[in-house]
Design a binder for this molecule. Structure first.
Ligand SMILES: Nc1nc2c(c(=O)[nH]1)N[C@H]1C(S)=C(S)[C@@H](COP(=O)(O)O)O[C@H]1N2
Ligand SMILES: [Mo]
Length: 410
């Protein structure tokens, strides 16, 4: 259907007859179609195709889709239940045969380009389960509302990624001693469709880039990465805001300064260095803000769903996951008395570093009535989740308050 659009992607009025032909029906009120308007039927592909019907749509341009917590019950998140966070529009055409990854930047000895085949043949393959949580997960808990997707707590997944280590690629390219940061480049388009603008181009310090678990991946849960999650190649970095895991990966720049790509500026993915009163804006300079690195400790109840009803004397099984950015979780507790007392849960170790951990317990309720179950995780440094919403911040990031569900015992 390419011929319907001009060079900048705008619909040509003259193509109305062609549109009608490909829609297979007349456009009623076509005379009211604004100039350059793209009918929804010709918009982006449907991100919900093949996805679980209960996902929550935050928006469709760009596509942002959240997982209700009970859908996150699997130990390894299946593709159909994974949240989607796009900043731009997915690439229109993807040719796996000609797809390349170019490593460049001030701090490489010489730029080098790899085909997908080169990557697969040249370097050892690794598979890791990695927790990717959007930095803005939980944003809807902040008041006054911070701008951005009003995520509940479902912008997180822990799936299994297969690829090669970024550090092996960087060793092959040759990195200079002044390297401090890497930044990724993806083939998705900016919402404006201006080819000079990137939708997002973020990165991490070179030390994080060089970790064993930092992958350049082509598989998700044992199959090709699906289109909306970055097909055919993706940078995957667990434990940090998922925005550093670049989808549709075509380039990595090794920088001699903090990467300055799209969404590294302003207060994007940054926290104030000291707390600010709710609703205030502060200058977006380094003096006031720091870039978010490792994500804070957090836990979810994925079974049962909030609102569960059980009969008196029944024992309620409870389970979920917990994670703590670069650290591990050492304790998960639940409370049924609004935080007055806590009971320890069974907690498994992670399958590998940076994978979420599973917890479970069962609870007997003393009498009939309304209860809330609260869950609280503590990381290996002894830091626990707050029971109330943590410090308000202009970007609405890092809300790791205890998750709570309602339970009725009747
Ligand atoms: N190229 C590219 N990579 C991207 C994004 C994007 O819009 N474009 N979104 C980022 C953000 S903000 C998040 S939270 C994760 C979401 O990953 P998912 O859609 O696979 O769940 O991808 C990150 N990588
Ligand atoms: Mo994100």
């Amino acid at each position: 259907m390419k011929y319907l659009f001009d060079r900048r992607g705008f619909l040509k009025k003259s193509s109305l007859a062609a549109i009608v032909a490909s829609l297979g029906s007349e456009i009623v009120f076509a005379e009211h179609l604004p100039k350059n308007y793209i009918p929804v039927a010709f918009g982006e592909k449907d991100a919900l195709k093949g996805k679980n019907a209960n996902l929550i749509v935050q928006g469709d341009r760009p596509w942002n889709v959240e997982s209700p917590l009970d859908l996150l019950d699997d130990r390894v998140t299946p593709v159909d239940k994974m949240f989607i966070r796009n900043n731009g529009l997915i690439p229109e055409t993807i040719d796996v045969k000609t797809w390349t990854l170019t490593i460049d930047g001030e701090s490489v000895k010489a730029p080098k380009t790899y085909t997908l085949d080169d990557l697969k043949k040249k370097f050892k393959h690794y598979t890791y389960q990695l927790t990717l949580e959007c930095g803005g997960n939980g944003r809807s808990g902040y008041f006054p509302a911070a701008s951005g997707n009003q995520w509940g707590q479902g912008a997180v997944h822990c799936s299994e990624w297969t690829g090669v280590r970024l550090k092996d690629i960087l060793a092959d390219v040759g990195v200079k001693s002044d390297a401090v940061y890497i930044g990724y480049h993806g083939k998705d388009q900016h919402l404006s469709k201006d080819p000079k603008k990137e939708a997002i181009s973020r990165g991490v310090p070179i030390s994080k880039a060089m970790e064993d678990e930092t992958l350049v991946a082509w598989q998700l849960n044992g199959k090709d990465i699906p289109e909306f999650h970055g097909f055919p190649l993706r940078l995957v970095i667990g434990g940090w805001p998922a925005s550093v895991s670049g989808k549709w990966l075509s380039g990595i720049s090794v920088r001699n300064k903090v990467h300055d790509g799209a969404k590294m500026e302003g207060h994007s993915y940054k926290m104030p260095k000291s707390p600010v009163p709710p609703g205030t804006e502060i200058p977006t300079t380094e003096e006031y803000y720091k870039i978010i690195e490792s994500m804070p400790v957090k836990s979810l109840i994925t079974f049962p769903k909030t609102g569960a009803t059980i009969t008196a004397n029944d024992v309620l099984p409870l389970r979920g996951h917990a994670w703590a950015g670069d650290l591990a979780v050492k304790k998960v507790e639940v409370s049924i008395d609004f935080g007055a007392t806590w009971q320890d849960c069974k907690l498994e170790g992670p399958v590998n570093r940076l994978a979420w951990q599973h917890w479970n317990t069962s609870i007997k309720f003393p009498v009939k009535g309304y209860y809330e179950v609260w869950v609280r995780a503590t990381d290996t440094k002894g830091v626990s989740q707050p029971m109330v919403i943590p410090a308000w911040n202009p970007g609405g990031y890092l809300n790791n308050a205890c998750e709570r569900i309602a339970v009725k015992v009747g």
